[in-house]
Design a protein around this ligand. Structure first.
Ligand code: HEC
Length: 464
């Protein structure tokens, strides 16, 4: 009599092809000497799976509408069982995934793994990177607090400055003219349906290719890739000194993924999820519209380049980088893979990593962000104000003007210095400026009483 476990296995095997298809995949040979640099791809996958699990859990309680999003997150964080932990894992896991996918990419670039026959591995990987960044961007707004809200307002304004397609692009991103309920719905649907669906599709292709073509052997100087002979050499290498992925090679991936998991959970427990700022309020500009770190470097870059080229650069620069990444495996799919023989590849990775580090740090300080606790305007100015201008000065502080504008050496540097604005702009010009705002200045029409406006303009006019 056959044992029942065996019978069940054979029943399933006949239908699923476990021994014919699945086992050979799990046990497929990989080149010996695959080192710790190879673990970043699988760790990215594990991070992605954890983002899905925690994301689904969050979606069970998150209500994606402006009146409820913030409250539902407060509920998740403070009341729901394990809510804070799950939000924390989702938050830190996102950072982990972005770091892992970048290191994975850097390794494949350094090791020349995008060369023949793995051009499509690279291409699907590059699109997975774009989608991961899309997840990071759409996720931030879902917090629906002041910082998240204003970060998207700033991003939308920047997108709006793209030549030709700016308006259309802004409308596409924020689903209308202003950031509001429709924007939240659009970001939510993009974050939970659209991008994940595309990621599953690309990931399926990416993993299929990894198994079908086999992972690239560690590069050796003096062994250039020649499409005519590569496959033959690779298969010989596997036959001579390959080892099965499971159980021989997989332990490094498991150890590393566990280590990442421990770090993420520890951060979720001891540091916790992103702090929720004040509820998003389009009428209050008291916000620190700093994007989460993954985009901070780019915003810092925008703050540092000359304003005249900014409009072209905003979309032009990421588009250029994207195009270079896409064409890379097609223009350079042969030749040496070893980093020792490819100084330009090493140079690009080192320079990119250093610039991003410096820019993230600069982004923390860059004046594109308002200053929320400006020093008071000095007495030398306030002492000679008329009574109405004095009231206007209070409005200037209360409405957040001072956070963006310098007056006599105090205040933020987001907008122009207004110390002498009374001698350059007339009363109607000032009013029109305040009511209509500008590319990087909110419009105050409907958000300031006529009396406050009149006092404010009295104040500005006395700045000569
Ligand atoms: C979020 C930051 C921000 C806030 C808040 C802000 N501004 Fe501005 N402001 C700017 C920027 C940036 C400009 C530069 C032009 C542009 O981007 O439209 C500007 C331009 C101006 C100008 C025109 C200056 C010139 O030299 O042409 C005036 C006047 C002005 N702001 C007044 C105000 C007043 C008054 C308030 C408060 C009611 C205010 N701003 C609030 C960012 C801000």
């Amino acid at each position: 009599m056959m044992n029942p476990g065996r019978q069940i296995y054979e029943w399933l095997d006949e239908r699923l092809g476990i021994s014919r298809v699945i086992l050979p995949v799990i046990e497929h040979p990989v080149p010996r000497g695959v080192d710790w640099w190879y673990v970043f791809g699988s760790a990215t996958l594990v991070a992605f799976i954890f983002q899905i699990i925690t994301g689904v859990a969050l979606a069970m309680a998150y209500v994606p509408a402006p009146i409820s999003a913030y409250d539902s997150l407060t509920f998740i964080t403070n009341v729901a069982v394990l809510g804070s932990l799950i939000r924390g894992i989702h938050y830190w896991g996102a950072s982990a995934m972005v770091i892992l996918i970048f290191v994975h990419l850097a390794h494949e670039l350094l090791a020349g793994s995008y060369k023949f026959p793995r051009e499509l591995n690279w291409l699907t990987g590059v699109f997975l990177l774009f989608l991961t960044l899309g997840m990071a961007f759409t996720g931030q707004l879902l917090r629906w607090d002041q910082n998240a809200y204003w970060a998207v307002v700033v991003a939308a304004e920047q997108a709006g400055r793209t030549p030709l397609i700016g308006n259309w692009l802004t409308q596409l991103v924020i689903a209308g003219q202003t950031v509001g309920g429709a924007t939240l719905t659009r970001f939510y649907a993009t974050h939970v349906f659209l991008i994940p669906a595309l990621m599953f599709l690309l990931l399926g292709i990416h993993l299929y290719l990894v198994v079908h073509l086999g992972i690239s052997e560690p590069p050796k100087a003096g062994q250039p890739v020649d499409p005519a002979t590569y496959m033959e050499r690779y298969h010989k290498l596997l036959e001579e000194e390959g080892e099965p992925f499971f159980p021989d090679a997989v332990w490094k991936d498991v150890v590393f993924a566990l280590a990442v998991g421990v770090v993420v959970v520890a951060l979720a427990i001891f540091v916790g999820p992103a702090k929720l700022g004040a509820l998003a309020d389009p009428t209050i500009i008291q916000a620190d519209p700093r994007p989460d770190w993954y985009f901070l470097w780019y915003f810092a870059l925008l703050a540092l380049i000359p304003p005249s080229v900014e409009n072209v650069f905003i979309i032009g620069f990421p588009a250029l980088v994207a195009i270079l990444m896409i064409v890379l495996p097609f223009v350079a799919n042969k030749g040496e893979r070893s980093p020792a023989r490819r100084p330009w590849a090493v140079g690009i990775v080192v320079i990119a990593a250093l610039s991003i580090a410096v820019l993230v740090q600069q982004g923390e300080l860059a004046p594109w962000s308002p200053n929320f606790s400006p020093e008071p305007i000095p007495a030398s100015i306030t002492d000679r104000l008329s009574p109405s201008a004095r009231l206007g000065e209070a409005v200037f502080d209360a409405k957040g003007c001072h956070d963006c504008h310098m007056v006599a050496g105090t205040g933020g540097q987001r907008g122009p210095d207004l110390t002498h604005i009374g001698s350059t702009l007339t009363r109607p010009q000032l009013i029109s400026r305040i009511m209509n705002g500008g590319t990087n200045m909110p419009a105050f029409a409907g958000n300031i009483s006529p009396q406050d406006l009149s006092n404010l303009v009295d104040f500005l006019q006395s700045l000569k």
